[in-house]
Write a protein that binds this ligand. Structure first.
Ligand SMILES: NC(=O)C1=CN([C@@H]2O[C@H](COP(=O)(O)OP(=O)(O)OC[C@H]3O[C@@H](n4cnc5c(N)ncnc54)[C@H](OP(=O)(O)O)[C@@H]3O)[C@@H](O)[C@H]2O)C=CC1
Ligand SMILES: O=C(O)CCC(=O)C(=O)O
Length: 478
């Protein structure tokens, strides 16, 4: 098996250490072997990115547009093949894998256009005879650190944004899912991204990630992953006055009101809580249900879960693939045990599933009689585990929904326009959904949350410019 290499300073570099990319649907299937960059190689990548800054700025917006657009076109043209690769390495179903690749392609197309959109303002000065221009400039070398749950879409929205606004990039994907990151790099290289402007450094966070975060030439770091790591990185980065953007966990509430249409409520809950194996920071892990509909909702959801098929990611009959990693599976099972110790009632699933091939399969777990102060209701589990919390009425439901250390996404299922409008206003989350799952977002609008979920400016859409650029105010005397 040939070893996939890192792209550093315009060349493919081998390494002394290699990671095996294992298919979570079949632990005997090795997707590929990927070189891990050593600290010196990461430094070379950063130095190359620093040197490439001026040339990339001068290359101009048409060149940026062409490269990003070309990359987007190839990603879209190869979405089935790349989607299959993604599903093989991460475990989401083929439909989800292909959908994620299409999203990545569209992200590149959108940011290609963004490179061309006019920026800046010409403002009258308060002093006669002066004019003021406010323009945006790239921040410089940007480090991008991404997680395993969206192996191509998250890298895409960070890389495309960084490059569109004229920055150079050092990109570190999660060690367990390098295949999609490598394929994306290969596409960018063939799309014509100049040497040094974009660098791929695969490997472990403790080695590659730390080197990026602590290097003085890295002006900004965009990170998606756990709150624990994100918070630590932020203090290191702020300590040396670098810019930082964090997208971390969620404990997203889905409120179901008495007036909800039951079928819609059940479907929105199943999709939001369990699809993609619950491995989305936007997953609905707290189902907050008012008294009048509670029993019917629990019965409907339990029945619906009987029809959900857990299986190999590439089996067309599968609704929910395996858990992506052994460590994550162990964590999920520990939370299932903890929930029972805390007094919540496990009404379905939560156990390991045997398939014909060895894989990280578990039955989606549903708890009822949970309280919002239980750890299963406060901590991000990041797996197919959801709990139902009963609320007295709408106001009680909103109070419970907002009582969380997180604030990424929230949802409500209701036929009441009054409650829907009110909830959009009162929800303490960065994204609010009405009659649609808390997970699954558009690629051209801001993404991010509040409290412990996010830190720094929003990702995606035009709002991405806040992180990837810095403003300059110029005064000219007539
Ligand atoms: N919001 C989200 O989308 C995500 C949330 N999570 C949450 O985090 C939990 C743990 O998942 P996990 O993958 O371990 O998340 P991590 O936060 O450990 O990993 C996210 C990224 O950060 C890197 N990293 C880890 N340590 C460092 C470091 N010291 N310096 C720089 N980079 C570092 C990782 O590298 P590597 O893994 O390669 O070593 C990976 O690329 C999940 O159970 C879930 O709760 C996880 C993923 C995504
Ligand atoms: O829900 C989505 O579409 C995006 C989720 C996401 O970005 C994440 O889980 O990290």
């Amino acid at each position: 098996m040939s070893i996939y290499r890192n792209w550093i300073a315009g060349e493919w570099f081998a390494g002394n250490d290699v990671s095996e990319n294992v298919n979570p649907s079949d632990l005997n299937d090795i997707v590929g072997e990927y070189a891990r960059a050593d600290p010196r190689q990461v430094e070379v990548a950063i130095e190359a990115a620093a040197e490439a800054r001026a040339g990339w700025r001068e290359a101009g917006i048409m060149r940026r547009f062409e490269i990003l657009d070309r990359a987007g076109s190839e990603i879209l043209a190869r979405k089935d093949e790349l989607g299959e690769l993604l599903s093989r390495e991460e475990g989401k179903t083929r439909v989800e894998g292909v959908g994620e690749v299409a999203r990545a392609g569209n992200v590149f197309k959108w940011f290609a256009g963004e490179a061309l959109r006019p920026g800046g303002e010409l403002i009258e000065s308060v002093r006669p005879g002066l004019s003021v221009e406010v323009t945006r400039e790239p921040v410089g070398v940007v480090g991008l650190i991404t997680p395993w749950n969206f192996p191509i879409a998250i890298p895409a929205w960070k890389i495309a944004g960084a490059l569109a606004y004229g920055n150079t990039v050092v990109f570190k994907p999660a060690d367990s899912v390098p295949a999609s990151a490598w394929a994306l790099t290969d596409i960018l290289v063939r799309a014509g991204v100049p040497g040094g402007v974009f660098n791929l450094v695969m490997g472990r966070g403790s080695v590659v990630g730390e080197t990026i975060v602590n290097h003085r030439d890295v002006a900004a770091v965009s990170f998606t992953g756990s709150q624990e790591v994100g918070q630590r990185l932020a203090s290191q980065l702020v300590g040396r006055l670098a810019k930082v953007q964090l997208e971390m966990g969620g404990k997203n509430p889905l409120i179901v009101l008495d007036d909800a249409e039951l079928d819609i409520a059940v479907e929105v809950a199943v999709q939001g809580a369990y699809y993609s194996t619950g491995q989305r920071c936007t997953a609905s892990s707290r189902l907050i249900v008012t008294r009048g509909i509670h029993d019917a909702f629990v019965a409907g959801l339990t029945k619906r879960l009987e029809r959900v098929r857990v299986g190999a990611a590439l089996d067309p009959r599968t609704d929910i693939g395996p858990v992506a990693e052994a460590k994550q599976l162990r964590g999920n099972l520990d939370y299932v045990a903890l929930g029972q110790q805390e007094g919540a009632q496990l009404v379905r699933g939560g156990d390991l599933l045997e398939r014909d091939r060895p894989g990280h399969f578990m039955n989606p777990a549903l708890f009822v009689d949970a309280r919002n102060d239980m750890r299963i209701a406060r901590e991000e589990i990041f797996g197919p585990v959801a709990c139902v919390i009963q609320a007295q009425d709408y106001d009680d439901a909103v109070a419970i929904a907002n009582d969380t250390p997180f604030g990424l996404s929230s949802g409500i299922v209701t036929t009441s326009l009054k409650h829907a409008s009110d909830f959009k206003r009162r929800s303490a989350a960065g994204m609010v959904m009405v009659n649609t799952p808390t997970a699954g977002v558009d690629f051209h609008v801001p993404f991010g949350g509040r409290k412990s979920s996010s830190y720094g400016p929003r990702e995606q859409g035009r709002y991405a410019a806040e992180f990837y650029t810095t403003t300059k105010t110029a005064y000219t005397a007539a």
